[in-house]
Design a protein around this ligand. Structure first.
Ligand code: GN1
Ligand code: MG
Length: 370
């Protein structure tokens, strides 16, 4: 089906005047559609849910329906009561003309349309401490919004997501394949990555073990709170919305905390090729934590706080492992435009992990003062 035919199956006022690829997501295909009529313009986001990644795209849409319903009600109640210092926003699902939340094309792919958060942008790297603080506030506020959701309304969007032990298992299985063996023998960098993983196997289970022991408990999490999933208001410079809601589900908030920090505190970005530029920036971390704690600090127990450093160290390790495994498996999960791209992405995350390890005392000091 032509993309224009597809987007016109949704209930959007006006005539379609532009449809262009949009954003830098590694998973779904995203387009910006602009509709106009005589008096106004509507901009919406069209997305194909990646079936290679999400085994049950319909479940993703059921979840999105539940999450947005819960949060919109809460946002409206808070706004009416004058509880907020700003207008917090969240995308809304635009229904298809047949009233469903999505359209399935002839290949079985699920497409959805959601509202675009206007006069706001997300950045691929942190712009400075004020931006980092606003990212922290946006994630903290999002945790507050989803904190009282009923987890039983949510279907597992991605089995095994953020289970680091599971990623190690699938890495081990990939190592057995001929393709992986060939890549490892032909590349010094790949061998170096493999050694990096071997040296840190024991750290992979730190959060899962704490959860099994009952020290940490699952709550609702975002799952993918990287810097370019956090929208900043163009006018005020304040955080205004978290986007990319596909993975909102029960999980450890530590995963979000570590994932946001690994993304925000690496101003070189995920695609940097010069590893000398990849450094964990503690000023950005301090600012992010300040913003996060302002919105969500009251949720955190002493045990939660005790594992914050571990989460900061773990998440770049986990993402590097995921990128490296995908490189060895032939780049089947994350979108790539070059064959070595996932190898380089892994190099960046592992360098970040080393940079965090080198600053452990100082980072623990920042966390202790929160
Ligand atoms: C993927 O879709 P996107 O680009 O926001 C991935 C995240 C990774 C991120 C790294 C469902 O997120 O877990 O941290 O790439 N999402 C999924 O850039 O695997
Ligand atoms: Mg995503």
């Amino acid at each position: 089906m032509e993309l224009t035919v597809l987007v016109n199956k949704f209930n959007i006022k006006g005539r379609l005047v532009s449809l262009q690829p949009f954003g830098n997501g590694n998973i779904n295909d995203t387009f910006l559609a602009i509709y106009r009529n005589t008096f106004t313009e509507t901009q919406v986001i069209l997305q194909r849910v990646n079936r290679n990644v999400f085994p049950d795209p319909q479940a993703i849409m059921v979840n999105m329906h539940e999450v947005t319903k819960h949060c919109h009600e809460k946002l409206e109640a808070d706004a009416a009561a004058g509880r907020d210092d700003r207008v917090w926003q969240m995308p809304r699902i635009i229904k298809a003309k047949d009233s469903s939340d999505y359209v399935t094309d002839e290949n079985g792919d699920v497409w959805r349309v959601i509202t675009r958060i206007m006069s706001a942008h997300a950045f691929d790297v942190a712009q400075g401490p004020e931006h980092a603080l606003e990212c922290g506030a946006a994630l903290g506020h999002f945790h507050y919004l989803i904190s009282d959701m009923d987890p039983s309304t949510i279907r597992d969007p991605l089995p095994g997501f953020h289970i680091t032990g599971g990623y190690l298992d699938s890495y081990d299985k990939t190592l057995e394949t001929q393709g992986a063996k060939d890549l490892l023998t032909s590349s010094m960098e790949a061998k170096r990555m493999a050694k990096f993983i071997e040296e840190r196997r024991s750290l992979a289970l730190c959060l899962e073990t704490a959860e099994k022991n009952g020290e940490l408990a699952k709550r609702m999490f975002h799952g993918d709170p990287k810097v370019n999933n956090i929208m900043i208001d163009d006018v005020t410079g304040k955080g205004t919305a978290m986007i990319d809601l596909d993975t909102v589900s029960p999980g450890l908030v530590h995963v979000d905390f570590g994932d946001a920090l690994r993304s925000i505190c690496n101003p070189a970005g995920e695609e940097e090729t010069n590893l000398a530029k990849v450094v964990f920036d503690e000023d950005l971390a301090t600012a992010f934590c300040k913003g996060y704690m302002r919105e969500a600090g009251s949720f955190l127990t002493d045990a939660d706080r005790a594992y914050l450093y571990d989460s900061i160290r773990l998440l770049p390790f986990e993402l590097g492992l995921r990128f490296f495994q995908d490189y060895l498996a032939g780049n089947v999960y994350f979108k790539t435009s070059k064959p070595e791209q996932n190898l380089n992405r892994a190099r960046v995350q592992f360098r970040l992990c080393e940079s965090i390890e080198a600053r452990e005392r100082s980072i623990r000091g920042v966390l202790a003062r929160l």
